[in-house]
Design a protein around this ligand. Structure first.
Ligand SMILES: Cc1cc2nc3c(=O)[nH]c(=O)nc-3n(C[C@H](O)[C@H](O)[C@H](O)COP(=O)(O)OP(=O)(O)OC[C@H]3O[C@@H](n4cnc5c(N)ncnc54)[C@H](O)[C@@H]3O)c2cc1C
Length: 455
């Protein structure tokens, strides 16, 4: 007989939350406020034993199983109707080995927590650009950030992972143990099990020089044409992306420009600080600057800088592509739709996929687009549900215009819930191998609340 919720409560140390419990309304929510689902049971896991119990409960009841680290999944895969949620947020410990320059971090850690822990040792690894994003979802999908040109994707820095699989087994995945699982975890998303802890390679990065450059939106073409060339050969310690952005009321932006739309360059120089001026000089020269902020700062400060623009509960709808080139026709589409960004929270970023990311073979990990040069994301994020139609339309119109200039697949972590039909393209040559590994570790597709690789 399948266990009851009371049985589950006796098996786990963390909170088991069901409808009617005081915390239920908060616990059922994910970061994307558009997602309004009511799971039957949410388990706030405190250890691996809790994770095993929750997985077994979901399996025996044959209900949906959602797994959450930082809850940032744009399609809201971290919750469901009538099923079980494995919430790892309380499993957020980080242990640094300064001699080996490695970190062991639990599956519920965010980049804010992770970077704080490694900063004290003058170390970092590639992570996301927002502090509240979870390490788990981001790493498992690939992981693009300020440091990826220098050190590769986040998944390239994964040394090993502790995983609970669909049958409740606890496995270690690394280059020497369960190598097939380790291969699949590096880009294949949450399809293969619950990762309870991640071991990462770290690198000597402590203070960086951040650069935010605001140009008139009429000069968007100049910035994008400059960027497509410059970022191919710029020193790899430079992380950079262009964006369309409505100016928030920040002190370094003239008050009269608050609320106006700009094209901006966001930069993170992780090399020798005295070289920052020289590195930023050509960027400054692209067009007359409306505002700039250049300052040395701890890496975690830059990682948290945009968080105030993105509180939990905003409505989210995103679209994404990889591109081999930023063609003239793509730039034309950006110049048409970027300036129409509707609200201060929304944006469009073009991340570079080059440097160390390109030095890994396309079939060395599940992340297949090692030959892409750019990952574009049109990120619709807005506070008012009454404005959903208008904001979703901006993302869809923009995407329709840019997409013909792109490769077939996109980055799974930036995909919307309606992108499931792109799954084969997202993994191209690696897809069949992923299916075979899925059949081995999750033949019944228990882990299907994700960009799903069907067994
Ligand atoms: C504001 C914002 C900024 C972002 N910035 C970046 C960025 O700079 N770079 C980048 O590469 N991506 C970025 N992303 C995308 C991000 O990588 C994905 O949204 C990712 O899924 C978030 O991971 P999470 O743990 O926070 O999300 P969650 O919603 O908790 O998890 C997402 C999915 O990952 C899987 N998963 C989560 N935890 C586990 C686990 N422990 N074991 C197994 N599977 C698990 C599940 O399938 C889950 O549905 C950003 C997203 C947002 C919303």
């Amino acid at each position: 007989m399948a266990p009851t919720v009371d049985d589950l409560r006796t098996r786990v140390r963390g909170q088991t939350i069901t409808p009617g419990d005081g915390d239920y309304e908060t616990a059922r929510r994910v970061y994307n406020g558009m997602v309004d689902k009511r799971p039957e049971v949410i388990v706030r896991c405190t250890d691996v034993t809790d994770v095993i119990a929750a997985i077994e409960f979901a399996r025996e009841h044959r209900v949906d199983l959602s797994v959450r680290g930082g809850s940032h999944s744009v399609p809201g895969f971290g919750t469901n109707d009538g099923g079980v949620v494995v919430d790892l947020a309380q499993m957020n410990g980080v242990r640094i080995d300064p001699r080996a320059q490695t970190a062991r971090a639990e599956g519920g850690c965010t980049w804010g927590g992770f970077n704080h822990a490694t900063y004290g040792f003058g170390l970092a690894t590639t992570g996301g650009i927002i502090a509240s994003t979870g390490i788990a979802g981001l790493t498992l999908g690939g992981g693009i950030g300020y440091l990826s040109r220098a050190f590769g994707l986040t998944c390239d820095n994964l040394i090993s992972a502790d995983v609970v699989t669909a049958d409740g087994r606890f496995l270690v995945a690394s280059q020497s143990e369960n190598e097939d699982l380790f291969w699949a975890l590096r880009g294949g998303g949450g399809n293969f099990g619950v990762v309870t802890s991640f071991e990462y390679q770290l690198h000597p990065v402590k203070d960086i020089v951040a650069g935010l450059f605001f140009f008139p939106v009429e000069r968007a073409r100049d910035l994008l044409e400059f960027y497509r060339e410059f970022i191919q050969t710029a020193p790899e310690e430079l992380g950079m992306f262009p964006a369309f952005q409505i100016a928030p009321p920040l002190p370094f932006i003239p008050q009269s420009d608050h609320g106006k739309t700009f094209v901006i360059a966001v930069c993170c120089w992780a090399g020798a600080p005295e070289r920052a001026e020289q590195i930023f000089a050509p960027i400054r020269g692209v067009a007359p600057l409306v505002a700039e902020m250049v300052a040395p700062m701890p890496y975690p400060v830059l990682n948290g800088m945009f968080d105030p623009l993105l509180p939990a509960g905003l409505q989210h709808y995103w679209k994404s592509d990889f591109a081999a080139e930023l063609t003239d026709s793509a730039i034309k589409a950006h110049v048409e739709y970027g300036p129409k960004v509707p609200v201060v929270n929304s944006t469009m970023h073009i991340y570079p996929i080059n440097g160390a990311c390109n030095r890994v073979a396309s079939d060395a990990t599940a992340f297949a687009y090692r030959d892409a040069k750019f990952a574009t994301v049109i990120a619709g994020m807005w506070p008012d549900p009454a404005e959903n139609e208008k904001n979703v339309k901006w993302v869809k119109d923009y995407y329709r215009a840019v997409h013909p200039n792109s490769l077939a697949g996109g980055y799974v972590n930036f995909m919307a819930g309606d992108d499931q039909d792109r799954i084969r393209d997202n993994y191209k040559g690696n897809y069949d191998r992923l299916v075979a590994i899925k059949r081995k570790y999750d033949p019944t597709n228990l882990f299907h609340m994700n960009q799903n690789i069907q067994p």
